[in-house]
Design a protein around this ligand. Structure first.
Ligand code: ZN
Length: 587
C-alpha cells in the first residue's frame, strides 16, 4: 500500500463516520503579531486546533479529519538515524466536544486492523497503553474496559505514566491518552509490563497511534481545571504508519522517500544501504523539509523561521558535498519532491518556481560564504566563530584542519556549542510557553478588545493606522500602530468612548474562513504577516454593518458584551512613526 492510499483511506474512513475533511493548516503558525505567538512552525497536529480545543466553535463543525504538516527542528543533529526527521505529516481525527473515548478507541482500532476499510494490520503484533493516573486524574480504567470490549486481552494493555499524558507544552489543553504500538520485529508475542517497556526502549515496538482525551486545562505544567468540553485529538504519523504497512525498517525505505533516495543514488553514484546512509538520509530529509517550508511562504534569512530554513538548507548543501553531489543537485531533488507531493499539497505545485529559485539563491550564497570562511580559517579564526558567523559545519572545519596538518580543539568547540544550544533551547521553550499562556479567558477578552481598539483608532486618527504589533497578558493589552505624532487627550478619550460604545451595543464576534483574495477586499491585516491561501477573518458587528473586520487566528469571545469597561492607560512612542497603547478593562 502506497502512502497516498494510506492518507486517502484514513480520510475516507473518518469522513464516512461523519467527519468533515479540512485541509492542513500552513506549517507557519498564525501569530498575529505576537498575540498568539506560539512556536515558529506547527510542531504537532493539535497546534492549529488550540482555540477550538479551548471551546471556540470550529466553522466546519465538531467532527473533523485532516492530515497536518508538522515540523520539528530541535534535534537536527539526530537526523540521519532511522527514527529522527524534521518534516512529517500527522493524520488526525478530531472531536470538539462531540464523541469521546468509546468512539475514538473503537475507530482507531478498526482503522488499524480492518482489511476492507483500514490498514489490515495483524492484531497479534499490536499492544495498547493507557494512563496510569496521577494526583489529580485517576487511572484510565475506562479505556481498559473499552479495549477489552473490542476483544483485546487485558495482558496486552499496559499502564504508562508521563508518556500517556499529552499537551503541547506547559500551558496548553491537556489530557490522558491511550496509545497503540506495533511490534516491528513481528515475533515478540505476549509480554509482561517490564518486557514491554524494554521492547519500547529498544524500539522493537513503536507507537503508531495516539488517542488523546483532551479535557483539562494545564497551566505551568499543573492541571488547573477542566476544559468547557471534552475533546478527542488523535495522531498517527504518516511516516511511521507507512513504514510499518510497507514492512520497512525506516521511513527512508518507504515510497515517501524512495524517489528522492533513488535520485541521490543516481546523481552520486552511491548505493543506499552502505556507509554513506547517514549523509543520504540527511540530504533527503532536509531538502524535503526546505521544499515544504518555502512552499508556505518562508525564505532563508538570519532570524526566526528564515533562519531555521537557512540551517536546514545549508546542512543539505554541506551533506550533499560529502556524497559528491554536484552544485545544482538539490534543485533536481526538490523537483522530485514537488512531483511526489504536488497532488496532496497544491502549494508545492503553485510555488514550484519560487521554491527552486530560493534553493538556488541560497546555494550560491552559501558557497560564497564557504569561500570566505575558508580564508578566515586559514588566518586562524576560532572554529566556533566560523560555525556561528559563517554557518561552517564543524565536520568541514575538521576536514580542512586535517588537510593543513592542524588539530581542532573539539572539546573547546563542544563546550561553546553546548552553551549556545542551551541559550537557544531556553528561548524557544519560552516562546512556546508564552504563546499558549495567552490563550486563557482574560487574554481572549483583551484580544477582542484589541480589534475594537484598532478600528476605533482608524476612525479617530485615520486609515493610516496599521497594526505593528500586539502583546496581551491577563492584565493588559499592548498595541503598536503607525501614527506620526502623540495622541491628544481628546483623541484618546474619543477612542475610549467608541470602544465602550461598541461594548454597550453587545455586538457579536463572527469567524469566517475564506480565500485570501476575498479576505483582502473586506478585512484589514497587520504589517509583514504571511498568510496561507485560506485565511480566518474575525468580524465584529452584524452583517452589512461591521465595526471591525480583521485577518486573525483567534481566539475571541463571542460577544463584545463580555468586555466590561475599556480604559487606555498609556500612550507612548515606540519608534519614529510608531505609537504604543497600553489598555485594560475593568470587570
Ligand atoms: Zn486578532
Amino acid at each position: 500500500m502506497q502512502s497516498e492510499e494510506i492518507r486517502e483511506k484514513f480520510l475516507k474512513f473518518f469522513e464516512k463516520r461523519g467527519h468533515v475533511l479540512i485541509p492542513s493548516a500552513s506549517l507557519v503558525t498564525t501569530d498575529e503579531a505576537g498575540a498568539m505567538d506560539a512556536t515558529l512552525f506547527n510542531t504537532a497536529g493539535m497546534q492549529p486546533f488550540v482555540p477550538y480545543l479551548l471551546g471556540e466553535p470550529h466553522p466546519k463543525g465538531e467532527r473533523l479529519v485532516n492530515v497536518q504538516k508538522c515540523l520539528r527542528t530541535i534535534d537536527l543533529s539526530d537526523v540521519g538515524d532511522n527514527t529522527h526527521n524534521t518534516f512529517f505529516e500527522m493524520m488526525g481525527n478530531w472531536s470538539l466536544g462531540d464523541y469521546f473515548k468509546k468512539e475514538a478507541i473503537t475507530w482507531s482500532y478498526e482503522f488499524l486492523t480492518s482489511k476492507e476499510e483500514g490498514l489490515g494490520l495483524d492484531i497479534s503484533h499490536l499492544y495498547f497503553t493507557v494512563f496510569t493516573g496521577n494526583k489529580k486524574v485517576e487511572a484510565d480504567k475506562e479505556s481498559i474496559e473499552i479495549w477489552k470490549s473490542l476483544g483485546i486481552p487485558e495482558h496486552r494493555i499496559y499502564y504508562k505514566g508521563e508518556s500517556n499524558w499529552w499537551s503541547a507544552g506547559l500551558n496548553s489543553p491537556a489530557g490522558p491518552s491511550s496509545e497503540m504500538f506495533y511490534d516491528i520485529t513481528e515475533k515478540l508475542g505476549d509480554m509482561t509490563q517490564e518486557e514491554f517497556d524494554k521492547a519500547e526502549d529498544e524500539q522493537k515496538v513503536v507507537e503508531i497511534w495516539n488517542d488523546v482525551f483532551m479535557m483539562y486545562r494545564q497551566e505551568n505544567g499543573e492541571i488547573t481545571g477542566e476544559l468547557p468540553q471534552k475533546n478527542i485529538d488523535t495522531g498517527a504519523g504518516l511516516e511511521r504508519i507507512t513504514t510499518i504497512v510497507q514492512g520497512k525498517q525506516s521511513m527512508y525505505e518507504t515510497d515517501l522517500f524512495l524517489p528522492v533516495i533513488k535520485k541521490i543514488e543516481e546523481l552520486s553514484g552511491l548505493e543506499f544501504g552502505g556507509k554513506f546512509d547517514r549523509q543520504i538520509k540527511i540530504v533527503a530529509d532536509h531538502i524535503r523539509t526546505a521544499v515544504f517550508i518555502i512552499a508556505d511562504g518562508v525564505i532563508p534569512s538570519n532570524t526566526g523561521r528564515g533562519y531555521i530554513l537557512r540551517r536546514v538548507l545549508r546542512r543539505a548543501i554541506r551533506y550533499s558535498d560529502l556524497i559528491s553531489l554536484k552544485h545544482g543537485s538539490l534543485l533536481a531533488l526538490a523537483e522530485i519532491i514537488i512531483e511526489k507531493y504536488k497532488n496532496t499539497y497544491s502549494e508545492l505545485k503553485k510555488n514550484k518556481e519560487i521554491i527552486k529559485k530560493e534553493i538556488d539563491v541560497e546555494e550560491n550564497k552559501f558557497r560564497q560564504t564557504l569561500e570566505k570562511g575558508i580564508r578566515e580559517f586559514e588566518k586562524g579564526e576560532d572554529p566556533f566563530v566560523l560555525f556561528t558567523t559563517y554557518g561552517f559545519p564543524i565536520e568541514l572545519i575538521t576536514e580542512l584542519a586535517k588537510e593543513k596538518g592542524q588539530k581542532i580543539d573539539l572539546e573547546d568547540f563542544n563546550n561553546k556549542l553546548k552553551k549556545h544550544q542551551e541559550l537557544s533551547r531556553t528561548s524557544s521553550a519560552g516562546m512556546f510557553k508564552g504563546g499558549l499562556t495567552e490563550a486563557n479567558e482574560e487574554t481572549t477578552k483583551l484580544h477582542t478588545a484589541t480589534h475594537l481598539l484598532n478600528s476605533a483608532l482608524r476612525q479617530v486618527l485615520g486609515n493610516h493606522v496599521m497594526q505593528k504589533g500586539s502583546n496581551i497578558t491577563a492584565e493588559r493589552l499592548r498595541f503598536d500602530f503607525t501614527h506620526p505624532q502623540k495622541m491628544t487627550e481628546e483623541e484618546k478619550k474619543k477612542v475610549e468612548e467608541i470602544v465602550n460604545q461598541k461594548i454597550a451595543e453587545k455586538l457579536p464576534v463572527i469567524l469566517e474562513e475564506m480565500p485570501i483574495q476575498e479576505a483582502e477586499k473586506i478585512a484589514i491585516h497587520s504589517f509583514n504577516e504571511k498568510y496561507g491561501d485560506i485565511v480566518k477573518v474575525y468580524s465584529i458587528g452584524s452583517e452589512g454593518d461591521y465595526f471591525s473586520r480583521e485577518f486573525c487566528g483567534g481566539p475571541h469571545i463571542s460577544n463584545t458584551s463580555e468586555l466590561g469597561h475599556f480604559k487606555i492607560q498609556k500612550e507612548e512612542a515606540v519608534s519614529a512613526g510608531v505609537r504604543r497603547i497600553k489598555a485594560v478593562r475593568n470587570r
